[in-house]
Design a protein around this ligand. Structure first.
Ligand code: NAP
Length: 292
């Protein structure tokens, strides 16, 4: 593992920022190689909601594009936009041959169905990996499509940390379309071979379920919901959750989990930067696949 520091108490902390930067360096090389062939990798980001956090995320994505040499175009729509207006913009971007990746920042304006937006993006340009074709390929055991960025980032962390996955017991808390469910699919796919349990808000006996986990991925969004007592000693704990609290950001995992876990991803600085790195990587892949 090339990027970890030992927590003073026990767990090794995964340095997601350092890993993210090294992935972005690799993406930059691929982007230059494409440029040498006359292709400028190009990501279009559509933002329609008025959520302040979305604006921060979009700015971070623009910065990462700049770092990787990817052209980024931002399309700001009014927060009152309705589905037809958003679909109209996506349609234009789908047919624009100079655009390789399209992302519509979540959350969409109130009342707008995000599933319909995801389904309207060409699967080849779906750098968020949420199109039913890309998620369907994953369910069929085909990981050659564009995969959702956050669970892909978690997989990259586990691989680089040389976590032992084959036959391991993994628990994923959360079953959302964008994190929990694809995460469970990736961990259980052939070749990775973890035995996966999916837990959610109706699960009973969370502490017992989690205590079995060699790998525990939490994607809930409730600060410090994962307790020290739930952790198998030495487990690899991945904290996807991000919640805004009075004094900044908090993950799902209680800080004293570090006393028991073998590995832990911090919040901030763990999974968050990996999501952006995987978005850059997906944009490069999309540009390469559209320009074979
Ligand atoms: P989501 O759609 O709200 O899903 C949350 C999941 O947690 C649901 O499946 C829900 O169960 C489950 N859950 C809620 N309360 C629970 C409880 N008490 N016990 C067990 N499970 C519970 O959220 P999401 O979009 O997947 O995101 C999850 C978290 O990850 C959020 O904090 C989000 O900000 C963060 N996130 C971070 C990144 C990153 O880059 N680091 C990227 C995406 C998301 P039900 O299905 O039963 O409702």
């Amino acid at each position: 593992m090339h990027s970890s520091i030992r927590h003073p108490v026990g767990a090794k902390l995964v340095d997601g920022r350092a890993i993210s930067l090294s992935i972005q360096d690799q993406v930059s090389e691929g982007v230059s190689a494409l440029r040498d062939r006359g292709v400028e990798a190009h990501l279009a980001v559509v933002i329609a909601g008025d959520d302040p956090a979305s604006h921060v995320y979009v700015r971070n994505k623009e910065k990462a594009c700049h770092r990787c040499g990817i052209k980024s175009t931002r399309i700001d729509l009014p927060p009152t936009s309705e589905l037809p207006a958003i679909l109209g913009v996506v349609e234009q971007l789908n047919s624009d041959e100079t655009v390789h990746g399209i992302l519509v920042q979540s959350p969409a304006p109130e009342g707008v169905d995000e599933l319909q937006i995801s389904s309207s993006i060409l699967p080849e340009k779906d750098v968020d990996g949420f199109h039913p074709v890309n998620l369907g390929r994953l369910v069929q055991g085909d990981s050659g499509g564009l995969l959702p960025c956050t669970p892909s980032g978690v997989m990259r962390i586990l691989e680089l940390s040389e976590a032992s996955l084959s036959g391991a017991k993994a628990v994923v808390i959360g079953r959302s379309r964008i994190v929990g469910m694809p995460m469970a699919m990736m961990l259980s796919q052939k070749g990775v071979d973890a035995t996966v349990t999916i837990a959610h808000s109706k699960s009973r006996g969370m502490s017992q379920i989690c205590k079995e986990a060699d790998i525990l991925v939490s994607a809930v969004g409730v600060p410090h919901i994962v307790k020290r007592e739930w952790i198998k000693p030495g487990a690899f704990v991945v904290d996807v959750g991000i919640s805004r609290v009075e004094d900044g950001l908090a993950g799902d995992v209680a800080p004293n989990v570090a006393e028991v876990a073998g590995w832990l991803t911090p919040v901030p600085g763990g999974v968050g930067p990996m999501t952006i790195a995987m978005l850059m990587s997906n944009t490069l892949r999309a540009a390469e696949m559209l320009n074979p």
